[in-house]
Design a protein around this ligand. Structure first.
Ligand code: PLP
Length: 405
């Protein structure tokens, strides 16, 4: 008889977006004239930049000719893309193309990386944060039953609250695997250099590995916020970095990302130091046949002269929107955070209300759909996340409603 991976039955919280959808359609049913605005969804609203479309077209056509079509590509990714990433993102940070792995999404890599590590590793992660970190560790059996106080037993949660300005603080006990997300989803807050230095130092002292999620790296504008964890001395021996073209260049539908696993990152197994780069390569070779050639060509176009200009303009326009939304919320009397180095705003529920109360309030009074912060971890209670990815006219309309609430 087939037996289930019973850890799957421990998963909670996957009804968040379903519940949001149900509440919104119930409201729409009651008030058919209401024009709902969705500022909950974290997806992009602008089309692909022209130079990326052009690379996609050209490379897709190549697939139709005997002389240029491609079959299986290298599982780690084509050298042209790995070289472009090394040159444009990591030139001064000592990262080589063979330390870069191309993938079809940061979500997949974040989910898959944890399988390199024993089930007994003690995991630390910010709270609130991207739910994939906790859920994949639950699936792997790395957590204990749910706690009455919220969250899973056996996990070191790093509460990110108003008190610590939403920055994860070092825990007072050792841990082995540390998830860090900067700029963080959902708070929109990024970690500064001094904080990251402390985390790298902590990882080195504890022989821990940091899984550094830089999916929103392209949105960083503050000078004291590192774009890469490898800007911090000593990080090459303790950190894996994951980045994505999704929000950077409009690839949420195309799917392309990359993960950096430095050769210097080694783990002691018995009496031998094993290279995580070699193990991740082994994993890729066994379980992955690479990202389609036209998609990798489209990603490489991000680094062409024209591509760079177009992508910068795209991110600047989203950032303009997030800063406009932040100003609007503050003008409207709300307490709001984030939005400077990220497309997300973290908005406090007035009067100590719960996340869901505030969600209902915004829906009823402004017809705006948000995401309750409690869905990203128990320390997210009392907040909602708003996204600035909306179309400019939609966002302008949302701002009007928020001011006149
Ligand atoms: C923090 C974070 N990491 C990773 C991802 C996933 O990125 P991708 O589209 O490359 O799978 C997201 C997507 O929303 C995210 O918010």
């Amino acid at each position: 008889m087939a037996k289930l991976n019973h850890h799957y039955t421990k998963l909670v919280g996957n009804y968040l977006f379903q519940e949001i959808g149900e509440k919104a359609s119930l409201f729409q049913g009651k008030f058919p004239q209401a024009k709902l605005i969705n500022l909950g969804i974290g997806d992009i609203s602008r089309p692909l930049p022209p130079s990326i479309v052009s690379a996609l077209e050209t490379s897709s056509k190549e697939m139709g000719f005997e002389a240029t079509f491609k079959g299986y590509g290298p599982s780690q990714g084509y050298p042209f893309l790995r070289e472009a990433i090394a040159e444009n993102e990591y030139k001064h940070l000592g990262i080589n193309p063979d330390e870069i792995f191309i993938s079809d999404g940061a979500k997949n890599d974040i989910a898959n990386l944890q399988e390199l590590f024993d089930v007994d590793n003690k995991v630390a992660m910010p709270d609130p944060t991207y739910p994939v970190y906790i859920d994949t560790n639950v699936m792997a059996g790395r957590t204990r039953p749910l706690l009455k106080t919220g969250g899973y037993g056996g996990v070191v949660y790093l509460p990110c609250t108003e008190k610590n300005q939403f920055v994860p603080q070092l825990p007072n006990r050792p841990c082995d695997l540390i998830y860090l997300c900067s700029p963080n989803n959902p708070t929109g807050v990024a970690m500064d250099r001094e904080t990251l230095q402390k985390w790298v130092q902590f990882a080195r002292e504890n022989k821990a590995v940091i899984l550094f999620d830089g999916a929103y790296e392209a949105f960083i504008r503050s000078p004291n916020v590192p774009h890469s964890i490898y800007e911090i001395e000593g990080a090459h021996e303790v950190a894996i970095e994951i980045r994505s073209f999704s929000k950077t260049a409009g690839f949420t539908g195309l799917r392309c990302s990359y993960t950096v696993v430095p050769h210097a990152l080694k783990i002691l197994e018995g009496r031998h130091w094993l290279s995580l780069n070699a193990l991740w390569k082994r994993r890729h070779d066994t379980k992955f046949n690479g990202v389609p050639y036209p998609i990798q060509k489209a990603a490489a176009a991000v680094y062409s002269e024209q591509g760079r200009k177009e992508v910068k303009a795209l991110i600047d326009s989203y950032l303009e929107q997030s800063q406009f939304l932040l100003k609007t919320l503050i003008k409207g009397g709300f307490q709001a955070y984030g939005g400077i180095d990220a497309p997300y705003l973290w908005v406090k529920a007035p009067g100590g209300a719960s996340s869901w109360h505030f969600f209902d309030y915004l829906l009823e009074k402004t017809h705006i759909i948000s995401v309750p912060g409690s869905g990203f971890g128990s320390a997210g209670e009392g907040f909602v996340r708003l996204s600035a990815f909306a179309h400019p006219t939609t966002l302008a309309e949302a701002a009007k409603r928020l001011i006149h609430i």
